[in-house]
Structure formats: structure tokens, C-alpha cells
Design a protein around this ligand. Structure first.
Ligand SMILES: Cc1cc2nc3c(=O)[nH]c(=O)nc-3n(C[C@H](O)[C@H](O)[C@H](O)COP(=O)(O)OP(=O)(O)OC[C@H]3O[C@@H](n4cnc5c(N)ncnc54)[C@H](O)[C@@H]3O)c2cc1C
Length: 597
């Protein structure tokens, strides 16, 4: 397993130089303390924890996995101790609200800590990871009593949260869920049903587990309009608010799975467990969206995390491994052969990984900042940020996890046959990365959300909210030098709008046209979105080089990677465009029975 080193220079570049975080936070009430010095110090500490504590547990955790017994789930050796250290050092409360014991740091800090801990050890990060969504859901939809009872413990990390949506018969189509909630005389509900695939549903790291559960009331309408949301603690709360007697919710088993083996994926039985309604009855899906959006951004980070870790491993190997000679003559004449980093094809793989990791980092930190503006900005700015977030979330979730997986796979390829062998750890990264395209809504479902709800559903308004920002950037950067990126980006923005109209018109005649175009449209959108961030980084890097900034090699590398992205990755939009415009017939005309032949 590659030894993880936090990419601090790049994090600082994105956080401080590209996105000018300090400047933004000085304008957002409540975040004024978030100066560059403080943000850098937090990132530095989180990096140490990730490198020194979590990274060494990554490969052993995969080998050992979790163990289920009647008493509960035992996580791999070292996991509970690392969690205790995480809690003792105050990490869970970093960007939570001050009112319930949070430190009130910007959302961006939470995202960066998730990246660092997740790159070092994604499985471990799943345990605290699900708590963020539970906290946000209770903050936004819980009543005063619920906030007082649960938030402080969750924010401190003494308790963790889960998201209990999926059942055996439904994951995507939650309208089919069957778990029941019977009202009780004391105002609580008896929750009965079985949830599957529940991450961190049971473990030995925290004193209590707060399940956020979707269930149906007895008189509920069918489908998604009849779903309500409940808090179901593993241990009922004692009079003093601490842990009381056991609630009737148990982990029946854990899944054996392809990757993230140290993350317990649980079957959870609710046998009349005591639960409490969050928000209004039958409005559970609307409340759950708070959780799901938080979790979607969290999952997007998984794409970045695995892409980065795989790149680090591949780069070290490519410098070390000798094979044949460079086509332009020996580069290591004293040695028996040249290191494989001299070969164009190996560089193609490494630069693809680098371009995806750094581009995704800029994209996701930008989204985290939008989250901060949503929370603390003026009403007008918050609304704008909310619209941008709604539009960009499906792109971030699906595109960054697809390209993160591609990167993980390329990292394995750089190792040749050794990549397939367990001891190197590169195949673990591929296995671990694969789930990100499935959970929190598959790529196909994100694509339908993007084209259906976000683009066509808003009459193109949400898309234009973003393309206007990109167009403004293009209009502000018209120098001859920047044209190599900016002109191409401008053309793509125009084309993106045209394609959206074409598909929208086709979908009015035949609804399958939207579904048939969806994934190509999403990937196209992802390449263009990342192109915007690469163009911004290139323009900034050029400025820094012109200013004679001491760190010239760093900026030159940025510029070269931007060029690689535009020359070698961006052409993928041509294939996606062509494919999405072929219409639904080549998919839908074949009668189902003919799939047999
Ligand atoms: C390791 C792991 C951890 C998980 N953690 C959690 C958790 O903590 N909490 C939780 O509630 N769930 C969790 N899940 C469940 C996960 O979110 C679901 O598996 C996922 O959303 C997909 O649902 P499904 O498996 O039922 O697939 P299905 O919904 O059956 O989908 C099957 C295929 O059909 C496609 N499809 C379905 N409907 C459509 C449509 N309308 N249009 C186009 N294509 C469609 C999908 O894209 C997919 O390719 C986890 C799953 C795993 C494996």
C-alpha cells in the first residue's frame, strides 16, 4: 500500500490562492476567524493524523475486515483507538455549529479533513463520515428537543450516525420501501422492518449509534409521498440524556464485499424499535435529501481520495521501476534500464491521474465554499450558491467517482503485474474505489437527476447559472496566452447549452431521449466543469510565473497539466456528444426478448 502523504502544497494552492478562502471568510458572518494561518494549521494537523495514524491501518484493515457476533461488530485492530484519538482531538466538531458544541469552522475544513482521512483510509472514514449527514438532518429538520438530545453527542463524536434507506427490494426506488412506523400513545413510533447495506450500522467505536430511518406510517399514501423520517437510537436515552437501555434494533449480519472491507455494511433489523418522527409526517424524502446531498458530496470526495492515493503509489513506482530504454536514448545510462516514467504511455497514465485529482480537488473545494455561502452568505448569495450546488452535486458525485475509479485503475496499470498482487496495495484501491459509483445514487441515477430535474426541470436556469460564471471568466481572460484554454472552454460552454436544448426538445417528443442521453450528458458536463477549473488554475499559474513567484516549478507543472487536460482529456467530450445525439432508438428498439441472442 502506498504510504499516504497529504498533498499540502496543492491543498494550499486551491484553498488559498485559487479560491482565496481567507478573503471569502472575512465576508461571511461567523467565519471571520478562518484566516489563512488558522486554515493552514488545521490542515497540517489533520494531515499528520491521516498520515501517521490512519494510513498505517489501511491495508491491515482490509486484510482483517470486520467481525460480526451476537454482541455486535468488531472493527479491525486499531480502528477504535484511532477513532478515540480523532474524538479526543476534537475533529468531529470542527465545522459543526457552535450552538451545540461545534467549532464553527467553515464547511471547507470539514471537506478537506474528509479528503485527508479518506485518502489515508476510506473504510475508517466511513464511521465518522455518516455522522455529518445525521447532524445536518437533525439540525435542519429536528425539533428543539431532538436537537438538544442528539446534536451535542453526535457533534462531539461520542455517538455516530447512520443513514437507513435501503431495503432488499429497493435502493434507488425508495417509494417501494416497506419498513413500518406505528404511532404509540407516548408520541413515539414503533419501527419494524429490515434495512440492508447500512454503513456503520453497528460497530465498537462509539457509545451510541443514532439511526436516521425512512419508514411508512400506517395510513401513508403509496410511493415516495408516503415516507416519513425517524430517529432510532441503538440505546434509548436515559433520564440524564446518556445511554439507557437497548432499543429493539440489531445488526443481523454484515456483508462480505469487494472493497472497503473494514467498513461494516450491516443488515439492520428493527423489531418495534422506539423511534421519533423528524419533520412532518409523509415528508421524509424531502428531509432525507439534506442527508443525501451531504453524503453525495462526501462520496464525491471518495473519487478524489482514491485517485490521489493511487497517483502517489503509481508515481513512486514509475520512478523506481526499470524497464527498457527511452525511445529518445537512455535517461539512466549508468543503470541497466530506464525507469518507466520515461515512457510516454506511463506518463499518459500518470498525467491522467494527476489531472483528475487536482482538477477534482479544485471542483470539490469550490462546492464546499458554496456550502459556506449557503449557510452564512446574504440571502441573495445563499440562493445563488444553493442553485449552483443543486446543479453541480450530481456532476460531482458521478463524474468525480467515475474518474476517481479510472485513476485507481490506471495506478494499478502503472505497476504492471505487481498491481494485481495484494501486497502492493494498488488492487485494494481499485476495489475500495468501485463502490463510490454505486452508493448514494448510481452514476445512471445522478445522470437522470442532472438532466431531468436539474437541467430540464429548471428550464435550463440552473445550468445557465453556472455557464454564466464560466462565460464571465472567459470574458475576463482574453489574452493571447490564455486563449489556448479560454477559447476552447468558451466554445464548449456554447455547445453545452445547445446540447441541453436539443436533448430537451427531443425529450418532449420521446421521454426516453433524456434517459438515453443522460450518462453521456453527465460525463460531458463533468469534463467541461473540470475544464473550467483547469482553465482557472492555468490562468492563475501563468500570473504567478509572470510575477516571478519563487515556486515556479509548481506553477509550471500546473500549466503543463492543464495543457494535458485540454489536449488529451477534453476530446472525450467529442465522443460523448456524438453518442448522446444518436437518440434513444438504438437502445430502445430492441425487443426485450432479443437480448437473449
Ligand atoms: C457497501 C455499501 C454501502 C452502502 N451504504 C448504505 C447506507 O449507509 N445506507 C443506505 O440506505 N444504503 C446504503 N447502500 C445502498 C446503496 O445506496 C444502493 O445499493 C444504491 O443506491 C443502489 O440501489 P440498489 O442496490 O437497490 O440498486 P437498484 O436500485 O436495484 O439499481 C440497479 C441498477 O438499475 C439502475 N436503475 C434503477 N432505476 C433506474 C432508473 N429509473 N433509470 C435508470 N436506471 C435505473 C441503477 O442505476 C443500477 O445500475 C450501500 C450499498 C453498499 C453496497
Amino acid at each position: 500500500m502506498p504510504e499516504y502523504k497529504a498533498p499540502l502544497r496543492d491543498i494550499s494552492f486551491v484553498m488559498n490562492e485559487l479560491l482565496e478562502s481567507e478573503k471569502l471568510y472575512q465576508t461571511l458572518p461567523g467565519y471571520e476567524e478562518a484566516t489563512q494561518d488558522l486554515l493552514d494549521a488545521i490542515v497540517g494537523e489533520a494531515a499528520k493524523f491521516a498520515e501517521e495514524v490512519l494510513s498505517p491501518l489501511n491495508q491491515p484493515g482490509d486484510e482483517q475486515g470486520c467481525q460480526w457476533s451476537e454482541e455486535g461488530v468488531k472493527t479491525p485492530d486499531g480502528f477504535p483507538a484511532a477513532y478515540k484519538q480523532y474524538v479526543d482531538n476534537g475533529w468531529p466538531s470542527l465545522s459543526a455549529e457552535v450552538e451545540f458544541g461545534g467549532q464553527g469552522m467553515p464547511n471547507l475544513m470539514g471537506i478537506i479533513v474528509t479528503e485527508l482521512t479518506g485518502s489515508a483510509n476510506w473504510s475508517w472514514g466511513m464511521y465518522p463520515g455518516l455522522s455529518h449527514g445525521a447532524i445536518k438532518t437533525i439540525e435542519e429538520h429536528g425539533d428543539t428537543e431532538q436537537k438538544e438530545k442528539y446534536l451535542a453527542k453526535l457533534i462531539a463524536g461520542n455517538w455516530t450516525g447512520t443513514m437507513c434507506l435501503t431495503e432488499a427490494q429497493c435502493g434507488t426506488d425508495l417509494g417501494l420501501l416497506r419498513t413500518k412506523a406505528e404511532p404509540q400513545a407516548d408520541g413515539s413510533y414503533a419501527i419494524t422492518g429490515t434495512k440492508i447495506f447500512i454503513s456503520a450500522g453497528e460497530h465498537d467505536m462509539a457509545d451510541n449509534i443514532v439511526h436516521i430511518v425512512l419508514a411508512r406510517l400506517p395510513d401513508a399514501p403509496e410511493g415516495t409521498k408516503g415516507i416519513s423520517l425517524f430517529i432510532v437510537p441503538k440505546f434509548n436515552l436515559a433520564e440524564d440524556g446518556g445511554v439507557g437501555e437497548r432499543n429493539a434494533v440489531h445488526c443481523a449480519s454484515i456483508e462480505k464485499k469487494m472493497g472497503i472491507k473494514a467498513s461494516a455494511t450491516c443488515v439492520m433489523n428493527f423489531d418495534g424499535a422506539r423511534g421519533f418522527l423528524i419533520g412532518e409526517a409523509n415528508r421524509g424524502m424531502a428531509c432525507m435529501f439534506t442527508f443525501m446531498n451531504t453524503a453525495r458530496l462526501g462520496t464525491a470526495i471518495q473519487g478524489l481520495a482514491h485517485g490521489e492515493l493511487s497517483y502517489q503509489g503509481a508515481l513512486a513506482y514509475a520512478r523506481d521501476r526499470l524497464s527498457m530504454r527511452s525511445l529518445t536514448g537512455p535517461k539512466n545510462p549508468e543503470g541497466p534500464a530506464d525507469p518507466i516514467i520515461v515512457h510516454a504511455d506511463v506518463r499518459r497514465m500518470l498525467l491522467t491521474q494527476k489531472a483528475f485529482a487536482e482538477g477534482s480537488r479544485a471542483f470539490l473545494y469550490y462546492l464546499a465554499q458554496l456550502g459556506d455561502v449557503m449557510q452564512a452568505g446574504s440571502e441573495e448569495d445563499a440562493k445563488k450558491a444553493d442553485d449552483l450546488m443543486a446543479f453541480l452535486t450530481p456532476i460531482a458525485k458521478a463524474f468525480v467517482t467515475e474518474t476517481g475509479f479510472e485513476s485507481a485503475n490506471l495506478g494499478m496499470q502503472v505497476y504492471g503485474g505487481h498491481g494485481f498482487i495484494r501486497e502492493w496495495g494498488m488492487e485494494q484501491i481499485v476495489r475500495d474505489a468501485r463502490i463510490a459509483m454505486l452508493y448514494e445514487g448510481t452514476t445512471g441515477i445522478q445522470a437522470m437527476d442532472l438532466i431531468g430535474r436539474k437541467v430540464l426541470g429548471s428550464g435550463g436556469k440552473l445550468l445557465m447559472g453556472f455557464t454564466e460564471i464560466v462565460s464571465e471568466f472567459c470574458a475576463e481572460n482574453t489574452s493571447e496566452e490564455d486563449a489556448e484554454f479560454v477559447t476552447r472552454l468558451k466554445d464548449l460552454i456554447d455547445e453545452w447549452l445547445e446540447l441541453s436544448m436539443t436533448i430537451g426538445t427531443a425529450a418532449m417528443e420521446n421521454p426516453d431521449a433524456a434517459g438515453a442521453a443522460a450518462v453521456d450528458y453527465l460525463m460531458y458536463s463533468g469534463y467541461v466543469t473540470l475544464g473550467y477549473f483547469w482553465a482557472r488554475m492555468a490562468v492563475l499559474a501563468r500570473e504567478k510565473i509572470a510575477q516571478g513567484d519563487g515556486d515556479v516549478s509548481f506553477y509550471e507543472a500546473k500549466l503543463m497539466t492543464a495543457r494535458f487536460y485540454f489536449d488529451r482529456i477534453m476530446p472525450r467530450t467529442r465522443a460523448h456528444k456524438k453518442s448522446m445525439l444518436t437518440g434513444p432508438e438504438n437502445l430502445m428498439d430492441m425487443p426485450e426478448a432479443m437480448f437473449d441472442f
